[in-house]
Design a protein around this ligand. Structure first.
Ligand SMILES: CC(C)(COP(=O)(O)OP(=O)(O)OC[C@H]1O[C@@H](n2cnc3c(N)ncnc32)[C@H](O)[C@@H]1OP(=O)(O)O)[C@@H](O)C(=O)NCCC(=O)NCCS
Length: 403
């Protein structure tokens, strides 16, 4: 049996290849579902694996800009909707899909791919390294006191989709320039995905969109919903905070104060928060939010030289010897400096494989972390410390949504 991998040529093929991952979500996509998905992805960026006419697997890539350290961004493939039907597993379909997707991304000039992994064991072999961590919180209503009380001066308004689609994107753009790891969002993404309240995916009540204004200007926003519940006549409901974006310290203070003063709930839940979230310093009792850390996004540099040259650095330089079994064109020695990254014949300071470069890229991990975990080897004395001074960033990477 031969499996052929090629880009989808129609929305029907997109639907059929999406049904491979749909199988595991317990859902079957209609043509309408595929048409909605096609608002976010070019149809030919979904690769499908075919057995004859039957689509047996698929792997998609969103055309993103991904923010990287220094307020820059790179073209990146946002790997998504990866699945192979259970009747076709372990025959190399995923391997062929990943090869086709990464080659296609390279041809489009994208220097990296990144993804959220359903299972961490799948993607290392294709060169993806853990690049960020994220946290979830469950904060009881009675433990929301701030360490430093203040007098709020902003106003918060609930806005409809249309107003949110105008006012939220520029605020998101401000965070995009501050935080590595964010994905760019098209207007269609905002209107039909992030802000859109699809009743099919509701867990609890409708999606609310809250806009914070300071001096009459948009300053921050929140997307949340209420899941109400009762025990003995009192609320044991939850406010689910889907996304809270506050580009300035004042916006963070004002909007989180407003959100956490919500009446008639017993707890607040939020997921996918960055490791260095403001709440650790804002709250009087940060332990009470039960911050639980998990793995975040996984990054796969596709073009090592271009990817490393695209971000900012502090002082110094380091020579890396990089191994890359899946894309061997990346292998060899690379000198990384604030002025760019280029091949070199000089002796290397550190040896690591491409997954390690993915882990370092956004600033989510340090050379010291990789060396301690036997993911990088120091070839010259003090190389990890030197590399860490060069790659240092002052903010944790953050990707605020699972794609
Ligand atoms: C994960 C999945 C896409 C793999 O597809 P597949 O066609 O069976 O994969 P392949 O046959 O190409 O396997 C490639 C390699 O990955 C390994 N692999 C595949 N699935 C794996 C899994 N779930 N965990 C660990 N390793 C896995 C294979 O053993 C093989 O290893 P090798 O290169 O050392 O031989 C498929 O099993 C699936 O659809 N799973 C459920 C949905 C899912 O998890 N999707 C990922 C969403 S992020």
């Amino acid at each position: 049996m031969d499996i052929e991998v090629r880009p989808c040529a129609s929305v029907e093929e997109l639907r059929d290849s999406l049904n491979a991952i749909g199988h595991y979500f317990g859902q079957e996509n209609t043509l309408e579902d595929a048409e909605r998905f096609a608002k976010w992805i070019e149809v030919d960026r979904m690769h499908a694996a075919f057995d004859g006419d039957l689509a047996v697997g698929g792997a998609g890539a969103f055309s993103y800009r991904m923010s990287v350290p220094g307020g820059h961004s790179v073209g990146a493939a946002g790997t998504t909707a990866v699945g192979v039907l259970p009747t076709y597993r372990r025959r190399g379909a995923l391997r062929s899909l990943m090869r086709a997707q990464l080659e296609d991304a390279r041809a489009r000039g994208e220097v990296a791919a990144y993804l959220w992994a359903s299972e961490a064991t799948i993607y290392g072999r294709f060169g993806f390294g853990l690049a960020s961590r994220m946290g979830s919180i469950t904060l009881p209503r009675e433990r929301v006191r701030f360490a430093q009380p203040f007098e709020p001066r902003g106003t918060v308004r609930l806005v409809d989709l249309e107003e949110a689609a105008k006012t939220f994107p520029p605020l998101y753009e401000q965070i995009f320039a501050q935080r590595p790891g964010m994905n760019s969002r098209s207007q269609a993404w905002w209107e039909t995905r992030r802000l859109f309240d699809n009743p099919q995916f509701r867990q609890g009540g409708p999606k609310h969109r809250a806009l914070l204004e300071l001096d009459g200007e948009p300053a921050g926003y929140a997307i949340y919903n209420v899941k109400q519940d009762w025990a003995g006549g009192s609320t044991k409901g939850t406010v689910n905070l889907t996304e809270v974006m506050t580009p300035t310290p004042e916006a963070a203070r004002e909007l989180w104060r407003w959100l956490l003063d919500f009446d008639w709930t017993s707890e607040f839940r939020a997921d996918l928060l960055p490791l260095d979230h403001e709440l650790f310093q804002l709250l009087a009792e940060p332990r009470r939010m039960q911050y639980t850390i998990n793995d975040g996004v996984w990054v796969r540099p596709i073009d090592i030289g271009a990817a490393l040259s695209a971000r900012s650095y502090e002082d110094g330089e380091v020579v890396l010897e990089i191994e890359d079994a899946f894309l061997p064109e990346n292998e060899g020695r690379w000198r990384v400096t604030p002025d760019g990254t280029a091949r070199t014949a000089d002796a290397a300071d550190l040896r690591l494989d491409v997954t390690g470069v993915g882990s370092l890229y956004l600033g989510g991990f340090r050379f010291a972390d990789l060396v301690r975990a036997s993911r990088a080897i120091e070839l010259t004395d003090g190389a990890a410390a030197r590399g860490d001074r060069l790659f240092a960033t002052n903010i944790a990477p953050w990707c605020a949504e699972i794609f």
